[in-house]
Design a protein around this ligand. Structure first.
Ligand code: F6R
Length: 261
């Protein structure tokens, strides 16, 4: 794994945006895998700024989101459809029809999961997958002990994840317990995965992902087997890593073309 550590969440987000923008400039017809949650919010704001100020062009881009809550319609303020529309899609020139998010209200959810996988394949696969990480090591909503080869499917959220995200919902009853999520096997087929992590509450998961054994107890650790994963963490999220000095050393000695900035 490529491990990049920055002092602040701001720097993490701007570097993440830079990686995405670089791909859009090199490959205007790229396929992006997108995440929701708190982590990518600042990155999306930077992409919007680059679109407005530097004409970053999304007109040929196709996107696939990682996940959606089962039972929340696209207009629901806590749905990931709503999140993506408000935080990115309506601010940039992505053509209608080029964005894809699992439909948590599909009449036949199981068939929908197969269709979603097929749509990713038909688009030629994901070039760059953006990921956050849960405090229990989940990516997408692939919770600990799930298969590290899973495909897009209907999953049950763990109590830890429900607790972490409870503040988004007025009452516990409103919070869905089921999601449709890309599987770990789906995520691992992306050409490049970037995991953004910030804050001390992610530090155990970041350590397990990078320095722990590959284990379904930390689903993100499956990315150790991925040929190209970049973790961008702020110093709080990176605080428990044993090899901090090594990651800094590697970064200092990168060849020009290996650097993002
Ligand atoms: C979101 C997703 C999740 C989040 C993770 C971290 O689409 O798939 O894996 O990335 O739960 O969430 P935040 O960023 O809110 O801490």
């Amino acid at each position: 794994m490529e491990v990049i550590i920055r002092d602040t969440v701001e720097e993490v987000s701007l570097l993440g945006a830079q990686v995405v923008a670089q791909l859009l400039r090199q490959k205007p017809q790229c396929v992006l895998g997108l995440a929701t949650g708190r982590t990518p919010l600042r990155l999306y704001r930077e992409l919007i700024r680059l679109h407005e100020k530097e004409k970053l062009d999304f007109s040929q881009v196709t996107t696939f989101n990682l996940d959606e809550y089962v039972g929340l319609p696209p207009g629901h303020p806590q749905s990931y459809h709503f999140y993506m529309r408000e935080n990115l899609f309506r601010h940039v020139n992505l053509p209608p029809g080029s964005t894809h998010i699992p439909d948590g209200c599909a009449p036949d959810l199981r068939f929908h999961c197969f269709e979603y996988e097929e749509a990713i394949r038909a688009a030629g696969g994901i070039d760059l997958q953006l990921l956050g990480i849960g405090s229990n090591g989940h990516i997408g909503f692939n919770e600990p002990t799930g298969s590290l080869n899973s495909r897009t499917w209907i999953k049950i959220l763990s109590e830890k994840t429900l607790h972490d995200n409870a503040s988004h919902f007025a009452t516990p009853e409103e919070q869905p317990r089921h999601v449709v999520t890309m599987g770990i096997g789906t995520i691992r087929e992306a050409g490049h995965c970037i995991v953004l992590a910030s804050g001390a509450q992610k530090s155990n998961a970041v350590k397990a992902m990078i320095e722990g054994p590959v284990s379904s107890m930390c689903p993100a650790s499956a990315l150790q087997l991925h040929p190209r994963t970049t973790v961008i963490a702020d110093s709080d999220a990176a605080a428990r890593l044993d090899q901090l000095e090594h990651y800094r050393w590697i970064e200092q000695h990168k060849l020009g073309w290996q650097k993002y900035s």
